[in-house]
Design a protein around this ligand. Structure first.
Ligand SMILES: Cc1cc2nc3c(=O)[nH]c(=O)nc-3n(C[C@H](O)[C@H](O)[C@H](O)COP(=O)(O)O)c2cc1C
Length: 387
């Protein structure tokens, strides 16, 4: 069967999938592709004050997929022309967002209401996109697999090269379990690659889902809770010989260079050594290193501080509070008193206030006379040893 790596993708998430999060994930070794949060085609064309932050593809622009959202295909094509000047892996059209504000304009999942409208739109888009063209969809407005197949076959015929399926209906939002059997079943019906998304909660889930049948696994919320999740999965796959997909082959649109290296060949070399040994990527000397006594422990306090630093550097001040709250809304789930900390942080109105509150929580541990062990537990998360 050979060594076949199923790529791991970061999901597009509004207010989360921006440069600061990508920088943090890269600290641990990165993932194969980073979808950006959805970018409004209309706002991009309008030259809004924050657009440059949305289209910042750093730190690994070659792995970035810009996700566009819109209802007017002419507008989307003109936005593509702007993005085309930037380095990126591909362009993705959001055909799955079910937020009423998006859907009501004819964007997001509204595209799934008509095979013809979507097919004609994608035909135009295909002419505009020079890189890989992908779409991200849900099951649809109802749980109708036949319709889903018809819809996807039309997109395939019009030149879409990758479909990411989040197998839930519009109504289900993020409730109920994602129907992963639809990912494999859809893949059977198409020639192009199908990526699966939904409910990945751990590195073990990433590995298990990558056994397929699917061509890539996309994780969203779990990658915010555990920015090291891709590195952990990758390390386990490599060292435990789990480095193959259950169905034997991936399809043709994955760039070989973006798959996991068999040997150290990453951009810096540092990343690979981190992945192989589960050690931390050395930080520049002027920073607090993310480290503690055992290299299999991650210091949550330092990771949170590191994120705040990245946020300050890579997002505009107007975004700092909303993005910090979004991030810690998930990241605090790692803590024993996560909800308490979320409330503490939500009261703060500045990044420095959030930083103080975050550090205060970890100091509080000893003030509350917790045992040293409890305090350590609160501060660190253990990456289970694979051996
Ligand atoms: C806060 C948040 C924002 C999201 N924003 C987007 C988006 O901009 N574009 C998109 O296609 N999906 C978006 N999604 C959906 C995710 O990409 C993904 O499909 C969903 O979270 C399920 O995957 P998960 O269980 O791995 O989180 C968003 C989800 C969340 C939680």
């Amino acid at each position: 069967m050979g060594d076949i790596s199923i790529p791991f993708l970061l999901a597009p998430m509004a207010e989360l999938s921006h440069r600061a999060l990508r920088e943090l994930i890269e600290t641990f070794g990165g993932c194969d592709e980073y979808f950006t949060e959805m970018i409004s085609a209309a706002a991009l064309l309008g030259g809004g004050p924050f657009e440059r932050w949305y289209i910042d593809g750093g730190p690994r622009p070659e792995k970035v997929v810009f996700q566009l959202v819109g209802a007017d295909i002419g507008q989307i094509c003109r936005a593509v022309a702007l993005l085309d000047r930037l380095e990126c892996r591909g362009i993705d059209l959001n055909m799955g967002c079910c937020a009423p504000l998006i859907r009501k304009t004819g964007a997001g999942i509204a595209w799934m209401a008509s095979v013809d409208r979507a097919g004609e739109g994608v035909r135009e888009l295909r002419k505009a996109v020079k890189r890989r063209l992908s779409v991200k969809i849900r099951t649809g407005f109802s749980d109708d697999f036949e319709y889903l197949v018809k819809f996807c076959r039309r997109l395939e015929a019009e030149g879409v090269e990758l479909i990411t399926l989040h197998p839930r209906t519009a109504k289900e939002k993020l409730k109920r379990l994602a129907r992963w059997d639809y990912v494999g079943a859809l893949r059977q019906e198409l020639r192009i690659p199908v990526a699966g998304n939904g409910d990945i909660g751990s590195a073990a889930d990433l590995i298990n889902r990558s056994k397929g049948p699917c061509d890539a696994v996309m994780a969203g919320r779990a990658a915010v809770r555990q920015p090291w999740i891709f590195a952990e999965a990758k390390w386990n796959k490599e060292t435990r010989n789990l480095n193959h997909g259950g169905h034997g082959v991936t399809r043709n649109s994955w760039d070989e260079s973006l798959k996991f290296p068999e040997t150290s060949s990453g951009p810096t070399g540092q990343h690979d050594s981190m992945v192989k040994n589960l050690e931390y990527t050395p930080m520049p000397p002027d920073r607090t290193p993310i480290s503690c006594s055992r290299h299999t422990f991650l210091n949550l306090e330092d990771i949170g501080l590191r994120f705040l630093e990245l946020l300050a550097r890579w997002q505009p001040p107007e975004f700092h509070i909303s993005r910090a709250r979004r991030f810690f809304g998930f990241f605090c789930d790692n803590l024993q008193w996560g909800n308490y900390v979320k409330n503490l942080l939500n009261r703060e109105e500045t990044l420095s206030g959030i930083e103080r509150a975050w550090q205060g929580y970890f100091r509080e541990g000893s003030e509350k006379n917790l045992t040293t062990e409890d305090t350590e537990e609160k501060k660190n998360v253990f990456i289970p040893s694979p051996c």
